[in-house]
Design a protein around this ligand. Structure first.
Ligand code: SF4
Length: 272
């Protein structure tokens, strides 16, 4: 899920993670609609299947607890037998080797990248099917980011975990995703195959995101700020929310625009 700050992607992710109560719509998990409120038993079942990884690896781990304690906690909550071997295996899964050397450490003794790997280890220890990852690389150095993206790819392939990865980085989205959803001002504006969307964007906002993405070959001439700010979500425009920034805007863009199927993807734009 791609979009710039304030477009609503983190809010949507938190609604999906059941951290915010939805005000409208449905959430389907494996085709079944989730009730608006979960009881304790349903909540536990949901949390075992759907885990979340947050942006900030420094704030995600309790600084007063050792890594072994941090990893044991979900096992206790879900009443999974706690054996040291489970902890060692999960540390190996996130490529923290040798695992014994990490178990007795505190978070402050680890680098940012290592902490984010611990966050992933804690997320996968209950064997979830889905991980909702909110900008998991945005606070890490560039040199460490690719390691975390590759770890997500490995967990996807070897553990069969699906990720919903929220990012403002189109290149990272293309690198690890099968599908991309582009959000703008709280709306999905384009959705489809990841490579198709990045190589051949159809919505003018996706085109702008691509133009603004750093590219070592062509440089990047446009920045998102050059074409103005996104609209306020408190009082969103009636028509296409991208209209004030869009170079293709015309009169009909002042009316609400629906998401339509175009060439195997979905686009919310009157040009199609
Ligand atoms: Fe631009 Fe109109 Fe398309 Fe919105 S609907 S992106 S304003 S052309």
């Amino acid at each position: 899920m791609v979009g710039e700050s304030g477009c609503g992607k983190t809010t949507l992710l938190r609604v999906l993670a059941r951290l915010y109560e939805p005000t409208a719509g449905k959430i389907l998990l494996f085709g079944e609609e989730l009730p608006r409120r979960l009881n304790r038993k349903e909540e536990l079942k949901f949390r075992k299947l759907v885990q979340m990884v947050f942006q900030d690896p420094f704030a995600s781990l309790n600084p007063t607890k050792r890594i072994s304690h941090i990893l044991e906690r979900p096992l206790k909550i879900h009443r999974i037998e706690n054996e040291e071997q489970i902890l060692k295996n999960v540390l190996e899964d996130v490529e923290l080797i040798p695992p014994e050397s990490f178990l007795e450490k505190f978070p402050h003794e680890l680098s940012g990248g290592q902490r984010q790997r611990i966050v992933f280890a804690r997320a996968i220890i209950t064997k979830p099917k889905i991980i909702l990852a909110d900008e998991p690389t945005s606070m890490l150095d560039v040199s460490i980011k690719s390691g975390i993206l590759n770890l997500m790819l490995k967990l996807k392939e070897e553990h069969g975990i699906s990720f919903l990865h929220v990012t403002h980085d189109l290149a990272a989205a293309k690198y690890i995703s099968n599908r991309i959803v582009v959000m703008y001002a709280g709306l999905i504006v384009e959705e489809g195959d990841a490579k198709e969307i990045v190589n051949r964007p159809m919505h003018p906002y996706t085109m702008l995101l691509r133009e603004a993405a750093p590219d070592p070959d062509r440089g990047s001439s446009t920045t998102l700020v050059d074409v103005g700010e996104p609209p306020s979500l408190i009082d969103p425009p009636l028509g296409c929310p991208f209209e004030p920034r869009c170079k293709y805007a015309k009169a009909e863009c002042k009316e609400p625009v629906q998401l339509r199927e175009v060439d195997g993807r979905k686009v919310r734009c009157v040009l199609y």
